[in-house]
Design a protein around this ligand. Sequence first.
Ligand code: C2E
Ligand code: CA
Ligand code: CA
Length: 262
Amino acid sequence: MHIQFTEKATMESSLKRAMDKGELSLMYQPQVDHFGHVIGAEALLRWSPMDFDIIPPDVFIPIAEEAGLIISIGEWALKGACAQLKRWSQSGLTKNLVLSVNISAKQFRKANFAEMVEATVNQVGINPNLLKLELTESLLLEDVDAVISTMNVLRKLGVKFSMDDFGTGYSSLSYLKRLPLDELKIDKSFVLDIAWDEGDRAIIRSILSLAQTLKLRVVAEGVEIIEQRDYLLAEGCCFYQGYLYGKPLSEENFLSLVHTLQ
Ligand code: C2E
Ligand code: CA
Ligand code: CA
């Protein structure tokens, strides 16, 4: 326990300085349509501390959340994503790409979240329609009205919303109906065994029919093999993200991929 505590405390203080030291970066994982054309990307954080191996976000995001650092890290990621959209806007091939950014519940609940997003969009000078915020079902555990009103402020601005890891958490269907969402993201755990698990197939079918009723678009994540894509397409899911199309890539490598798949 002592070792764990020391490690966490050390990680926390290193993480505090990581932004200033330029150790954080964003990677971009392509999202494609059923023609295989890149339509956008998800921005994913990476932490590469000096002299250490890269630390995956699954490890450092929970620590950042516990320490309250997720507010400044999340803001850093959003600003980086908007700057990326600005750079994409300058070339014909990338100017319509949509960029999704993960927003943790704690960050979203911060009093001035909507103002911060609006100020960033205006300062960087991007088209807000190309910015998509990925939220998780944990946001729905308390004060859903406050969540809806923040979402509505941003939606008026043109920002889009996606419900990430859909189906894994707590999500009341009546809340879902009230949320101004644009998209559901099928969690990769359901896609993984799609070829042989009848339970996962049933879940995917019901997510797709729910999305159709609520007029939401659906992206499946964790698509690794063509058989998974074929099944999803046959069931009516037309947007995909996963290793079949590309791993999270640096800005430069993402750009090469867009050129290749155009
Ligand atoms: P997530 O939002 O569910 O992101 C998808 C994760 O699945 C990414 O892991 C991605 O690399 C991985 N993935 C994508 N395609 C495949 C596939 O075909 N097969 C498999 N097995 N995995 C695939 P990553 O980059 O390690 O991110 C992990 C989590 O960290 C994210 O899960 C998200 O919850 C969190 N995260 C990442 N960046 C941010 C951020 O900027 N802010 C916040 N709040 N959380 C972030
Ligand atoms: Ca996500
Ligand atoms: Ca996800």
